[in-house]
Design a protein around this ligand. Structure first.
Ligand SMILES: [Zn+2]
Length: 256
């Protein structure tokens, strides 16, 4: 079964520090390949709580190096490699996650079978899943969204950058996961609910899932926000909940 498990739906600093919502990112099981996407604070704890075994991970992927997306990358790397005794797995992350002020500790790098730097327009093979990083997002630092593709299954994850029109063209899929930090548009470099609406209307997926809520979305009750978005767009919009498992369609056609 192809599925995404939400190891946390909290985003942005204040809400994450208060742990009003968990912040472990996404656990992906697709085509028998297991991927941790954006293991933020508590990812390992949340995985254990959901009986998900990190020694079965094939890869860890970071959309960017901010702590709400990367704080547990080291402990997840240790777990994936059984403390380095079992050299395996891949880390895929932007260049600035490795260099200068790296989020991945240097002593852990030898534990991994492979470390790859994300390039704009890149495609990476992880088991039977091809991960595309079509376009760099508009955000301080390096940020990428991803399209995950395997035979019969294609979905995309749009990180929490500022909206720009090309985002939609590069994120087309039957299921899209949107990291919506802000309720209203603002000058802050983050995706807002009105941005999500634009993306949903442009992409017209079968299902859109909002997650990674900042305080303003949380106060507005994400499930009510999702319901409003559904009514306004005519497309099924779901607000993720901590621990939610979402079954990805297995019979959709790839669009590449
Ligand atoms: Zn974030």
């Amino acid at each position: 079964m192809n599925q995404v498990i939400f190891l946390g739906t909290g985003g942005a600093r204040v809400l994450v520090f208060k742990q009003l919502l968990a912040s472990g990112g996404l656990w992906i099981e697709q085509a028998d390949t297991h991927i941790s996407l954006d293991p933020g604070p508590g990812a390992l704890v949340q995985a254990a709580k959901r009986k998900l075994d990190p020694t079965k991970l094939d890869a860890i992927i970071l959309s960017h190096r901010h702590l709400d997306h990367s704080a547990d990358v080291n402990v997840m790397t240790e777990a994936m490699t059984t403390g380095g005794f079992n050299k395996r797995g891949l880390l895929l992350a932007p260049r600035d996650a490795y260099e200068d002020d790296p989020v991945l500790l240097r002593y852990l790098r030898d534990y991994l079978k492979q470390t790859l730097v994300i390039e704009e327009g890149g495609s990476y093979q992880i088991g039977d899943v091809t991960v595309h990083s079509p376009i760099r997002h508009d955000h301080p630092g390096e940020v990428y969204g991803f399209v995950f593709e395997s035979p019969g299954c294609r979905w995309s994850s749009i990180a929490d950058p500022r909206y720009f029109p090309a985002l939609a063209d590069h994120s087309r899929a039957a299921v899209i996961v949107l990291h919506t930090v802000r309720l209203e548009e603002s000058d802050i470099y983050h995706l807002s609910i009105p941005d999500a609406k634009r993306l949903i209307e442009a992409i017209k997926p079968q299902t859109a899932i909002i997650t990674h809520f900042g305080m303003t979305v949380w106060r507005a009750k994400p499930w009510e926000v999702a319901e409003r978005l559904s009514q306004e767009t005519g497309i099924k919009v779901i607000a993720a909940r901590d621990g939610m498992r979402f079954e990805l369609p297995g019979d959709q056609m790839g669009e590449d």
